[in-house]
Ligand binder design. Structure first.
Ligand code: GCU
Length: 406
């Protein structure tokens, strides 16, 4: 390219950067600088507006919900681009497995500017039986590895993938799983990777990008007859539980949001985790070790979390009146259980106001940092109880005793 053309290209790029940037920035009303925010020792009430008005009727909630979304984008996770609207899927491979009980498909989704973005998803669909009929409730889950591995697509690789999701498949749930780092690398120079270069000017971090990828899976599911559109479920563990929380909070097509072991930056209220606030990982630790997860303003709250104008229970509140369950281990070294309990309690009034008090669930099991079989059982039981209305007799409001909290 000659230098004049190159200069023109750079100019065009910088103009489009400015245009995109101002679009993203215009969407947010002027919000105070972090230094100008007041100290709030208690968890900020999601039912009190910025100008101090108490929300007392469900009709007032949609406007407040929009305000909450803007505050969370601004201070916590950054601004994601709008839905691209052009998601298409190309099937790369398919396999029948588990003695004919499961069909697997490897699909490459493409979308975005000039359809240049994309990632692979593995779709596992249970076969119909006398009692389980399509369309199936469908789980969307980012995963820590490629569930089919990175080598040749052997029968064994498919069987292994299905075995990871044996419980949901057995119970008649379809699964869409994708390796999260296709969408944005989980490292501080993440902005050169995944979706980020295609959207200059948007200040989203990795959690928002991984969540946005979950929404692209839903775009595709909307074209797929196997999926029950009213029963789409966001699941994720740990940092991917944090992403599932963002996805379910911002995308109302998720009927159930189920983060597990998501801890700090997930379901744990910042005011109740970290050194001096109850222990385990806190905002200071997460923002320092994993700055890529957040929007650019969150690290400024290190050492002054009581200045946060929000706390993580606001994400739980955004899910209301849809279904939410947090599944956690009682001795998870990565997640402070009391911080989750505080977020759960502080989100309750929103579910009550919207007439859905039982749609907010919590479940603790013994054990540590993993997406354990007992977590799957809790999530699927909660889903069977509410989404499928199968008459599951189980409570999801049981809090551990003080002695059980580690
Ligand atoms: C680290 C991190 C946690 C995160 C976890 C994980 O432990 O501190 O915030 O949830 O990794 O993703 O496994």
């Amino acid at each position: 390219m000659n230098s004049k053309r190159q200069a023109m290209r750079l100019l065009a790029m910088s103009l489009s950067f400015t245009a995109v940037w101002s679009r993203a920035a215009d969407a947010t009303p002027a919000l105070p600088e972090v230094s100008a925010l007041p100290v709030r020792a208690a968890l900020p009430d999601p039912l009190v507006t910025d100008d101090g008005q108490k929300i007392t009727a469900s009709t007032q909630w949609p406007a407040r919900r929009e305000q909450i979304k803007q505050i969370l984008e601004h201070y916590a996770i950054g601004h994601a681009p709008p839905p691209p609207g052009n998601v298409t899927g190309h099937e790369r491979a398919a396999q029948i497995m588990v003695d004919g009980k499961v069909t697997g498909r490897l699909v490459h989704l493409t979308f975005g500017p000039e359809s240049k973005l994309g990632f692979d998803v593995v779709i596992l669909i249970p076969s119909e039986t006398a009692t389980l009929k399509a369309p199936f409730p469908t789980i969307v889950q980012p995963t820590f590895t490629h569930v089919l591995g990175t080598n040749a697509l052997t029968t064994n690789a498919w069987e292994k993938a299905a075995s990871q999701f044996a419980e949901p498949l057995r119970r008649g749930y379809a699964v869409v799983a994708f390796y999260y780092q296709q969408c944005g690398l989980d490292q501080p120079d993440f902005r050169q990777s995944g979706f980020f270069p295609a959207y200059p000017g948007y200040d989203w971090g990795d959690l928002a990008a991984w969540a946005w990828a979950m929404s692209r899976c839903v775009d595709y599911l909307q074209t797929q007859p196997f999926a029950d559109q009213a029963k789409i479920i966001a699941v994720g563990h740990s940092r991917l539980g944090k992403a599932a929380l963002v996805a379910g909070a911002f995308d109302e097509r998720f009927a159930l949001t189920a983060p597990a072991g998501s801890g700090c930056g997930g379901t744990g209220a910042y005011r109740f985790n970290g050194q001096g606030r109850g222990g385990k990982e806190g905002l200071e630790d997460a923002a320092k070790r994993f700055p890529q997860w957040f929007g650019p303003r969150l690290p400024a709250f290190a050492g002054q979390v009581e200045k946060l104008p929000f706390d993580q229970h606001w994400f739980l509140a955004l899910v209301a009146p849809r279904l939410f369950i947090a599944a956690d281990g009682l001795s998870d070294p990565a997640a402070n259980d009391n911080a989750l309990i505080q977020a759960y309690l502080a989100a309750k009034p929103v579910y009550a106001l919207l007439g859905a008090p039982t749609h907010l669930g919590i479940n603790f099991r013994p054990g540590g940092h993993q997406l354990a079989p007992a977590d799957w059982q809790a999530i699927l039981d909660f889903s069977d109880q509410h989404l499928r209305q199968l008459g599951v007799n189980r409570q999801f409001d049981q809090l551990p005793s003080a002695a059980e909290l580690h």
